[in-house]
Structures are given as C-alpha cells and as structure tokens.
Ligand binder design. Structure first.
Ligand code: NA7
Length: 536
C-alpha cells in the first residue's frame, strides 16, 4: 500500500487510537503485513483500561490463564500468572511485557489524546488531531479505544466543593493511597466498589458506602495458581482455546445447556452450591436458560440472596444488601469478602435508593438529612460504556456528519466493526460486537485479525476504500436488538443499555448472540467477498 508522502513522517497506512490490548495487537499484526502504522495513546504507557484502573482490589473477573493473548504460543507458554484472577498490577505488567517483547513502543505516541478524526473523501484519508500538538494522517483509522475507558462522573450537587481528595476508581492515582485512620465515603456499589470496599475497609477508620442499587456478587475464591494446574493448562492451551471459542462467552468452562426448571429443586440447589464453591462468573453457566426465563432466573437469584443473608449477620443490613432485580441483568460481580465486610463495625451502609444523595459538601456527603463527614471521597460510578470513548472524539465521516450527532439517539454499527458513511474507519469491539459479554482478549484478537485480514485483502485486490452498507448495518443492528430482547437482559437498567449515564440514549449496545454465532457471521461476510461492505 503506497503512501502519498504529502505529510512526510506523519502520514501512515493505519492510524490506531489506543494502546490497550486491541491497539497493541493490531500494531503487531499490521507490522507483519509490512504496513506503516502509528498508535496514539492518551496514557503514559500501554495497557488501556488496566493502565487507568488502579484502585485497590482492581482485578479481572476472567481467570488469568484465559485472560491473555493466544496469537503467539511462545508468549502464552512463557508468561506465568501468579493467581487465579490476576490483579491490575500483574495485568499491566503483562501488557508491558508484550510491548517489550514485540518492541511495540517505538510506534506508539503516548500522552497524546486524540480530539478529532476527519475523513477527506478526495484523498481517501483520515486526519487525526490531538488535543495538544500532533496531527497524523492515514488511509485507515482504527479506534481501539475500549469499551470501559471513559469515567462516568455522577451529577451530584456540590461534587467539586469537597475539600479533601476525590478519587474516581477509573482514574486512580499512580501512587498508592493510604486510607489508614481516615473516614472514607464510597459512592456506588458496582464491580469497582465491590472490589475496593473490602480493602479500603481494612485501612479506614470509618467507611460509609452509599448504595443506590445492591448488586449480586459471586465469590472469586482467588488463590495462587497451582504449578501442576498451570503446566497441564499450558500443555493443552490450543485445545482449551479452541473449545472456548465454541461457548457463548468465549470462555473455557462448564456451560450447561439445560433448563433450570427441568431438574428437581434439590438438584438445582446442589448445582448452585457446587458453582458457588467453585466461584466466579461460571456460576451463571449452571443452566442455559437463566437469562431467558424469569422463573429460572428467580431460582438462582433466590440462592444468592440466601447466601447474602447467611454471610451478613444483621438481618436488616442483609436485606438492604439483597438485590431485587434479576441476576445477570447488570453485569455480575466477582468478589472477595464483599458482603462479609459489612459485618465490620467501621463499615456503614447508607441506602440512597429512595432518598438520593442530596449533595456533596466541603466536608462530606449529605444524605438522609445529615452530613456524613469524611476525609476522602471515592467515586465508583463506572463508565460511559461502549460509546463514550468514540463520541468523546469528534469523528466526521464521508459527508461530514459527525458520529456524535449520528449516535445521539443511540449507536448503530455493522458487526461492531464499521459504520456506514465512515469509510476506512474500523472499531475494535464497537457497539454491536459481543465484546463485554465475552472474554475480551480473545474477542479483541478476533476483531483485530478480521480488520488486518480485510486490509490485506484490499491491498491484494487493489481496493482503497471500504465502507459498511447502510442496509447491512441496519439489518445487523436489528438483529442485535432482537437477540437482546429475546432474553431478560434488557429488563434491568444497566450500562449495557446506557442507563447509567444521565441523558444517554437507552439502546442495548453489546451483541448477546454469543461468540460462536458472531464469528460465524464475520466469516460469512468474508466468504461473501466482504458482504455488506462496499469496496472501491
Ligand atoms: P458500574 O457497574 O456502572 O457501577 C456504578 C455504581 O455507581 C452503581 O452501583 C450505580 O448505581 C452507582 N451510582 C451511579 N451514580 C450514582 C449516584 N448519583 N448516586 C449513588 N450511586 C450512584 O461501574 P463499575 O466501575 O463498578 O463497573 C463497571 C464495569 O467495569 C463492571 O461491570 C466490570 O465489567 C468492569 P445504580 O446501579 O446506577 O443505581
């Protein structure tokens, strides 16, 4: 693929935004094709969401042996995970190891946040402009900007007036924060709060947890990895990875197809007990219909509520911690000592469901008519998920229409990979991709391979422009909505629906049809000569 050279060193075949797991692997693949690619990254190093999310207890909820690249067997054989679920520092070290091993950093520009991307139709090129300094141009632009990368700040009066330090879990400082002897408030009880609260509680003098919606959490039973288990896993990696690709979440594990109501209550109880003892997200793999039948879902939700009542000593407190909505509507959490933490004398739960937080004051959080005085504020209110990182950039396609305007009433995308009227622009795990319902790294690899293969195909066939066709995009998006509506997922307010961000359109964004069906569709598109895409 030729380069015009008009912009000298700043003109590339492919501009990649983001140096998380997607951007890193894409750079590696494109180099292998002999293409000139440049990655622009807002952070100071690689790692994406794992670079920013450094709050205490930050940990992946997918087991380490599977939350890793598989594109190079030597890499997966040599890397040694220490625990069943790796903590953020170890995942970041892994990302850094990959950057070193493949010498990626020489083509990554760090500390540079892209503010706009514009397509010039006459030149068939994208121009990307950074907030400060750099402008680069490239034939293709790939947004490898992640699904959970833009912090969501709550709109609470007086948030900026707090005199002490305010920490957002998604933008945690790089130096360790010591809460010893402090009074701390945590706002939110999603995954980030559930992971950090037990550790903050061990340090803080008093911890006030402001809960709007209680969440389900399954114990992680995290532990150091057994050497024999790792050896065996590594010896069978290829087989395990292949089997994982055949399961809906793309995760190797026990996912049963049967219906919960087809077995006796005693059998169900035994199955849930076994899975509770095993721990982790595979808990929801007990039966195939848990996310499709209210009756089945009730059985598993009741089971978890009973566990919460067993763990939490004060019955009234336990009741406040028991979620009432379906289990799995919001993303299920995986915890270590979360519910037990509420048995501590220094931990206080404030239910702000009926009476929302009134304001943040200079000295604390005002709720229920009183001021909870604290020394530090932890905001654990999540992300502008799936679309935030894309709409934060002013992206303009062929006819100058901006993505922000296009998506004002909700996103639409062909396969989560490309959008009509945005030629030569790809997204990795964009809306409409199975992304967050799957093991992200293998899904990222699949998307990156698809994009790299597509660019190679275009080069081989002398095409310079590719663009999703509006009809194909609309059909895929209808399918994404139909699949979601067929189950229980849409019945709960969640970030999958954009419900967590005030003013955001409520549209179900990830594809819930499972990884195998998604991959099949992508393969059919390729086999059909990039069916649903216009190539010029
Ligand atoms: P989440 O899961 O979006 O959780 C955010 C939490 O913050 C949730 O409990 C919210 O309650 C709560 N929240 C948001 N705004 C407020 C206000 N104004 N007052 C009180 N509480 C509020 O974000 P996480 O960072 O924990 O996790 C995101 C994903 O990262 C997670 O699912 C994993 O995939 C990794 P709500 O439920 O909206 O009532």
């Amino acid at each position: 693929m030729e380069d015009s050279g008009a912009m000298g060193e700043r003109d590339y075949d492919v501009a990649i935004v983001g140096a998380g797991f997607a951007g890193m692997y894409l750079l590696h693949r494109l180099r292998g094709l002999g293409l000139r690619a440049r990655v622009i990254e807002a952070g100071g190093d690689v790692g994406g969401t794992w670079y920013w999310n450094r709050y205490p207890g930050a940990r992946c909820d997918i087991e380490s042996m599977q939350y890793s690249y598989q594109f190079d067997d030597a890499l997966q054989q040599e890397w040694c995970w220490s625990q069943r679920y790796a903590a953020q520092p170890e995942i970041l070290q892994y990302a850094q190891h990959v950057a070193d091993r493949y010498d990626l950093r020489r083509d990554i520009q760090f500390n540079t946040r892209i503010k706009s991307a514009r397509y010039d139709e006459a030149a068939s090129r994208w121009t990307l402009e950074a907030e400060v300094g750099a402008t680069i141009a490239a034939r293709f632009c790939v947004m490898a900007t992640g699904c959970l990368s833009v912090a969501n700040w709550p709109r609470i009066e007086g948030l900026k007036s707090f005199a002490g330090p305010t920490y957002h879990t998604a933008l945690w400082p790089h130096e360790p924060i010591d809460f010893t002897g402090q009074r701390v408030a945590v706002i939110g009880t999603g995954s980030s709060a559930i992971q950090s609260i037990p550790l903050i509680a061990e340090q803080a003098a008093e911890l006030f947890v402001f809960q709007r919606t209680p969440n389900y959490a399954i114990p992680a039973h995290n532990a150091p990895l057994d050497a024999e288990y790792v050896k065996d896993f590594k010896a069978n990696y290829a087989q395990i990875r292949a089997e994982a690709k055949q399961t809906p979440p793309g995760i190797y594990g026990r996912f049963r197809q049967g219906k919960a109501m087809e077995v006796t209550p005693a059998e169900r109880q035994a199955e849930y007990e076994r899975r509770w003892a095993d721990g982790g997200l595979a808990f929801m793999g007990s039966y195939g219909d848990l996310m499709f039948s209210q009756e089945s879902n009730d059985t598993v939700a009741d089971f978890v509520r009973a566990k919460i009542r067993e763990i939490v000593e004060d019955p009234e407190l336990a009741q406040t911690l028991c979620p009432g909505n379906i289990i799995g509507g919001k993303r299920l959490c995986v915890d270590t000592n979360y519910f037990a933490t509420f048995n501590r004398d220094n931990v206080h739960l404030i239910d702000v469901r009926e009476q929302p937080i009134e304001a943040i004051t200079a000295t604390g959080v005002r709720a229920h008519g009183r001021n909870f005085a604290v020394d530090a504020l932890v905001i654990a209110t999540g992300f502008d998920a799936m679309t935030g990182a894309l709409t934060n950039i002013d992206i303009h396609g062929r006819d100058g229409d901006g993505l922000r305007q296009r998506w004002a009433a909700g996103p639409s995308s062909y396969l989560g990979l490309a959008m009509a009227d945005f030629p030569n622009l790809f997204t990795v795990t964009g809306p409409g991709s199975p992304s967050v319902f799957t093991n992200m790294i293998p899904t990222i690899e699949q998307h990156v391979d698809w994009i790299a293969d597509c660019i190679a195909y275009m080069r081989a066939h002398d095409y310079t422009v590719i663009e999703a066709e509006p009809d194909a995009q609309a059909a895929w998006w209808d399918h994404v909505q139909d699949v979601a509506a067929a189950g229980l997922k849409t019945s709960t307010d969640s970030w999958y629906l954009g419900a967590n961000v005030e003013g955001k359109a409520r549209v179900f964004m990830p594809y819930y049809g499972g990884f195998p069906d998604y991959c099949r569709k992508c393969e059919e598109v390729v086999a059909g000569g990039y069916a649903g895409f216009a190539l010029r």
